[in-house]
Every structure is written in C-alpha cells, then in structure tokens.
Design a protein around this ligand. Structure first.
Ligand code: NAD
Length: 356
C-alpha cells in the first residue's frame, strides 16, 4: 500500500455546446457587475469577445483587452492592468488558448478580481493554479491556489475552428500532462483515474477528428480529455518531458504545443523501463500491446504532425545547451537524469527518429 494525500483545487466547471451564452449567468454568480473581456488581437477571438459582450449587454461590459500574447510577458500584463484599473471592472472573462488564459490569471492574481476562463484550445491552463510569466525574456512559473480561475466555461463549439494541426498538437500537449501525472511521485488514486480517462478520451478523439474534424461528439471527447489533462497538471508534479519543453520553449523560443508533440514519445521512451506501471496504464488506455511511446509516435505520423525539433527551428548546436540545462535542473523523474542519455533523447527528437 502506498500512502497519499490529496487536496482538490478544481474550479466550478460548465461544459456543453452553446455554453458561451451562459457567461452572463456565471458572471452574476460571482457577483460581477462590470466585465473586462480578455482575448488576443485576432479577428476570430475579437469576434468571440464581441459575442460575449452582446450577451452581457452594454451596461455590464467594462471593456475588451486584446493584448494576450505567448508567454505572458510582464510588460503586456502591466499595460492590461492599467486598462483593467481604468475600466473599473469587477470581473474578468478570458476567452482563448493558454496564452489568453495566462493573461487572465496574471490580472486576477494581481487584483483579486474573479476570473472566468473560456478555453478555445486543449492546453489545459484554465484548470491549473500555475502561471508562467516572462520578465526580460526569462520565463518563471509559480503556483498559488489564488491563480486558479473561479469558473471554467467549456463550449465545444469554440473548438470547431481549431485547424487540424493545432487540434492534434494541442491534443498531444494535453496527453503529455496525463502521461507525466501517471509516473509522478505525488500521484494519488483520484488523479490516476483522471489521467487514464484523459489519455483514453484524447487518443481516441484525435483519431476520430482526423477523418471528421467537425464531429461534435469527438470534439467534446477531446475537450473533456483536455479538462482531465489540466486537472492532472494542476494537482501533481510533472517530470522530464515538461522540463525539456519548458527549456526548449523558454531558451530557444520554440512553439508550445508543437514542442510537446515532438518531445513526448521520446520522453516516454526515456522513462519506459523506470515507470512500468504507468506505461502499462497508458498502453491499456490507448489499446496497444506494444510500447505506448511508439504508439503515440505512430499516432503523430498518422495525423501528419510535426515530429522533429529541427523543423521547429532548433539548431543542432542548441542540443548540447538543452542537454546541459536539462541535466542541471533537479526534479523528480522515474529514470535518473544523465546528460548523455538526455542528449540522445534530444537528438532523436531533433531528427524525428522513432523513440528508442
Ligand atoms: P495559444 O493560446 O498561444 O494559441 C495558439 C494559437 O491558436 C494562437 O495563434 C491562437 O490564435 C490560436 N487559437 C486559439 N484557439 C483557437 C481556435 N479555437 N480556433 C483557431 N485558432 C485558435 O497556445 P496554447 O497552446 O493554447 O497555449 C500555450 C500557452 O499556454 C503557453 O504559453 C503555455 O506556457 C501556456 N500554458 C500554461 C499552462 C498553465 O497551467 N499555466 C498550461 C498549458 C499551457
């Protein structure tokens, strides 16, 4: 028997189709009278903000902030904070991917204003008390229960516009949260069940979405998987895969979901022998008798996703630096962190080789 401790931090969650129209109700539940809608500066996301604004009505919209960008830079947050203060808003609604939810969290933690997150990708940030912010190009991450949004509104309709490749890479990003949860030393039976359901839903949904991108049931299955993945990320520590992706994203500015996609099978191969229970659970969830790392690599091949770090813009000479950084960082991981093996992992990922 393994002892465990679990303290749940899960926001109120509204899940469904057409649920964007429930935002006024949710704002009211939080006592909000005046809302700042946070999004990014693209036509699609601004249109979503306008829809939310129309549902709320003019009197309850304090403004729309379109400043969200990747990596939550502090200067962007400071500018948005000025807008928030000037608007006198008493509630935040962030609508967008992980970058937008990140700005919503950064504003909420600085002001204590309640935050409703409306995610449009599968990144999972809405379900975590974690905030990554960039100051002078250095990304640091902190965790605080106060960072967790008060409410999540999942509207499956919002994911229909995700292009195929973003669907797949964002889905693989979510699978990575579940995979690393299963071999985390802080895993407990509750999160274990959540992680297994997340992998099962995401794996099978991605396969269905390949042939039927507008299949609403498959979209719902993927989004429920993404929610499960976010819950995993928010409750247990991650390991080598997330640390490598953090380094590759932070130091070499590689794109988030795509980097997760390329690295995941290789990180799993690295931990294959050291985490047999977790690997069996993953294999069972996706329905393979063989290596789950190989099965996910094959899934990526079938989906036509990016599979090499080279194609994401990494340079061969960066591999040594990345291996140094990954070996220096201290964090729990099933297999010991050895520079030579980490370099081999990175080389496989760089050239798009099968995991080994
Ligand atoms: P993102 O928010 O940057 O969005 C990626 C791209 O997808 C953008 O161009 C955006 O316009 C587009 N997009 C978003 N939704 C769309 C939709 N429905 N249809 C079409 N296009 C759409 O990327 P992401 O992968 O969602 O999030 C990555 C960021 O989130 C990273 O900065 C990462 O560190 C952070 N993150 C944080 C946590 C956390 O717990 N703190 C968890 C996961 C990710």
């Amino acid at each position: 028997m393994r002892p465990w401790t679990f303290e749940a931090h899960i926001p109120r969650t509204v899940f469904g189709q057409g649920t964007l129209s429930k935002i006024p109700e949710e704002v009211e539940k939080l006592g909000g009278k005046s809302v700042l809608i946070v999004t990014e500066d693209t036509d699609r996301q601004i249109a979503l903000a306008e829809r939310i604004g129309n549902d709320l009505g003019k009197d309850r919209v304090a403004g729309v902030c379109t400043d969200a960008v990747m990596h939550t830079p502090e200067d962007v947050t400071n500018k948005a904070l000025e807008q928030l203060k000037a608007s006198k808003a008493d509630c935040l609604v962030s609508v967008g991917g992980g970058s937008t939810v990140g700005l919503g969290k950064a504003l909420a933690i600085r002001t204590g204003i309640p935050h409703i997150a409306v995610p449009t990708t599968y990144a999972g940030s809405e379900a975590t008390p974690i905030l990554g912010e960039t100051v002078n190009k250095l990304k640091t991450t902190r965790s605080d229960p106060k960072i967790l949004p008060n409410t999540i509104v999942y509207d499956v309709d919002l994911t229909l516009s995700l292009p195929a490749q973003l669907t797949y890479t964002s889905g693989m990003n979510a699978i990575a949260h579940c995979v690393e949860a299963l071999y985390s030393p802080t895993i407990n039976p509750i999160i274990e069940g959540v992680a297994i359901s997340g992998i099962t839903n995401l794996y099978h949904a991605l396969l269905k979405l390949k042939d039927a991108p507008n299949d609403i049931d498959a979209r719902a299955q993927a989004q429920q998987g993404a929610y499960a993945a976010g819950v995993c990320l928010g409750h247990v520590g991650m390991a080598i895969h997330h640390k490598l992706c953090h380094t590759l994203g932070g130091t070499f500015n590689l794109p988030h979901a795509q980097t997760h996609t390329v690295v995941l099978p290789h990180a799993m191969a690295y931990n294959m022998e050291a985490a047999p229970v977790a690997m069996n659970q993953i294999a069972k969830a996706i329905g393979t008798d063989g290596s789950p790392a190989q099965a996910l690599w094959e899934l990526e091949k079938a989906l036509g996703t990016v599979q090499s770090l080279e194609s994401l813009g990494l340079k061969k000479e960066d591999l040594e630096v990345a291996a140094d950084l990954a070996a220096k960082a201290q964090y729990p991981n099933p297999a010991p962190l050895e520079r030579g093996k980490l370099l081999a992992l990175l080389e496989n990922a760089f050239y798009g080789r099968p995991p080994s």
